[in-house]
Design a protein around this ligand. Structure first.
Ligand SMILES: Cc1cc2nc3c(=O)[nH]c(=O)nc-3n(C[C@H](O)[C@H](O)[C@H](O)COP(=O)(O)OP(=O)(O)OC[C@H]3O[C@@H](n4cnc5c(N)ncnc54)[C@H](O)[C@@H]3O)c2cc1C
Length: 338
């Protein structure tokens, strides 16, 4: 039996990881995506945080998926120690001028999380949770190499133009297989390879390399940490000590609801950053910033999608949780073959 996996992002990697864990079923695995995977992939343009965020089971189908996805990815990380991940603390900072939101934050996290009053960083009050912070480039490279090292996997550098039954039409060749996994992300939607009801949603974030905090105590604290995440009103300020070859960096952006076009979203990020500095002036920093954009896929009710039509299984709608859902949906995709 032969299977083709299309795409080099988190969804495709999740499927391949589970395929290789049960190698008996398929004796030939062809993995196809354009060689420079990062160019068309949201997985490289992501703020890339993994945390449970107070989600509990039994509240909603989406919550159940995210809960299970979080724990299965955590298990994968603990078993394989991938490169490019740091285990860190995520501090949810309150906004003193918005009591309503503070109460929602408290009720979401309930008593499961430790509260800290007045610590080294001068927080007024915060809730702290366990999190993982990814350096997308290092982590994706690690996962790609892990899959490439299997003798069962044959990689083909091609851009797919169409899928027709069991045939996959590439720019360079025509391919066929018994099963095809289509994990082509947002580009797959815009080019018509994915026809499910999924939307493409851009997301933006800023990166500062070698940032400097005005407050010396805070500067020292960050420099001592491997990674640290501060979440304020839905946005994350993420410090990475080893992000890529350019050294430590700060990221701002990522998790708010107001996705949208380039202009308004950037203004929104800037306004939120000012609001954050006004509330927590100890975190003011300076440095040269760069803007990054990724395009994610969003299914109805934000739920991830696994669908099957004939020989083709489509994985999509990883939306804001690709760093846990990719691995989790990979398992579901293979289960859908049973
Ligand atoms: C700003 C931002 C912040 C985010 N923050 C987080 C976060 O903190 N935590 C989290 O878990 N998630 C986060 N996400 C979401 C996460 O990054 C995505 O859900 C995830 O990367 C999607 O993975 P994917 O494999 O579905 O798609 P992609 O990574 O886009 O992969 C698609 C793959 O298909 C290939 N491809 C496309 N078209 C073709 C074709 N025609 N032929 C062959 N191959 C093709 C591409 O080259 C690529 O390799 C964020 C996203 C954004 C934009």
């Amino acid at each position: 039996m032969k299977i083709i996996v299309l795409g080099g992002g988190l969804a495709a990697l999740g499927a391949l990881e589970h395929l290789l864990a049960k190698p008996n079923r398929f004796n030939e695995i062809q993995w196809i995506f354009p060689k420079n995977a990062a160019e068309l992939s949201c997985s490289y343009n992501s703020t890339a945080v993994l945390a449970l965020q107070g989600i509990e089971k039994g509240v909603s189908p989406l919550g159940d998926d995210l809960f299970d996805a979080y724990f299965s990815m955590k298990e994968f990380i603990e078993a394989n120690s991938p490169e490019g991940i740091t285990h860190c603390s995520r501090y949810h900072l309150k906004n003193s001028s918005n009591e309503d939101k503070n109460q929602k934050l408290e009720s979401r996290f309930k008593e499961n999380f430790k509260k800290i009053k007045e610590n080294d960083l001068g927080f007024i009050e915060t809730i702290v949770e366990d999190a993982y912070c990814f350096s997308p480039l290092i982590f994706m490279n690690w996962w790609h190499q892990r899959i490439f090292s299997s003798s069962l996997v044959n990689f083909t550098d091609d851009l797919i133009l169409g899928i027709d039954g069991g045939s996959v039409h590439g720019q360079k060749s025509l391919y066929s297989a018994d099963v095809i996994i289509n994990a082509t992300g947002s580009f797959g939607i815009t080019t018509g390879l994915v026809t499910e009801k999924v939307k493409t949603v851009p997301g933006h974030y800023f990166v500062w390399y070698s940032p400097q905090f005005e407050n010396q105590k805070v500067d020292n604290y960050f420099l001592k940490s491997k990674s640290i995440i501060l979440t304020f009103e839905g946005e994350n300020l993420i410090y990475h000590s080893e992000y890529n070859s350019e050294g430590p960096c700060l990221i701002w952006g990522g998790s708010s609801e107001s996705d949208g076009l380039m202009g308004p979203r950037i203004e929104f990020l800037e306004t939120k950053l000012l609001e954050f500095f006004n509330t927590y002036p100890q975190f003011k920093f300076s440095g040269q910033r760069e803007l990054f954009t990724g395009v994610r896929t969003k299914g109805p009710k934000r739920r991830p999608i696994i669908s099957r039509e004939g020989k083709v299984i489509t994985m999509s709608g990883l939306y804001k949780n690709g760093y846990s859902l990719g691995y989790y949906l990979g398992k579901k995709a293979l289960e859908s073959l049973n």
